[in-house]
Write a protein that binds this ligand. Structure first.
Ligand SMILES: Nc1ncnc2c1ncn2[C@@H]1O[C@H](COP(=O)(O)OP(=O)(O)OP(=O)(O)O)[C@@H](O)[C@H]1O
Length: 122
């Protein structure tokens, strides 16, 4: 039982490390995440700000991982060009886009006012 759960975590972390090492877009999202977290720590945000940022960041990274998994499956199961598969991959990419737009909105709403106050204190 414990060994089975350990194995679930092991394969999940293996997938995460692989995505980080081999996928440019995941790497870029991860780097942006580190910058956002550093700015958030510098601004000493309230807990609900951290909750909002965590949801936004988690949403983007999760969408990116699922999109990558779909691309990998297609590259093995159906590498030949097919418009319906192209549509499915486009929709998966759109999920990453939606999560990213949402994260940008959350980032601006959460980080914007405190950054503004730091630059132009009243
Ligand atoms: N087998 C296929 N049939 C039809 N269209 C495809 C196929 N494979 C890829 N495409 C098209 O190419 C686009 C990019 O797919 P691809 O798997 O190359 O992603 P990518 O550009 O490598 O993305 P990432 O940088 O996230 O890895 C898809 O959104 C789709 O429009």
């Amino acid at each position: 039982m414990v060994a089975a759960w350990m194995n679930k975590f092991r394969v999940a972390f293996a997938g995460l490390f692989w995505a980080f090492r081999d996928q440019n877009s995941f790497y870029v999202h991860f780097a942006v995440t580190l910058v956002v977290l550093a700015v958030a720590a510098w601004l000493r945000l309230e807990i609900w700000h951290w909750v909002a940022l965590s949801f936004a960041i988690g949403g983007v990274l999760t969408a990116e991982l699922l999109n990558t998994a779909m691309e990998l499956l297609v590259s093995v199961l159906h590498p030949q060009h097919d418009p319906r598969i192209g549509r499915a991959l486009d929709v998966a990419a759109a999920a990453v886009l939606m999560a990213s737009i949402t994260a940008i909105v959350v980032g601006v709403l959460v980080l914007g006012p405190p950054i503004y106050m730091h630059i132009w204190p009243v």
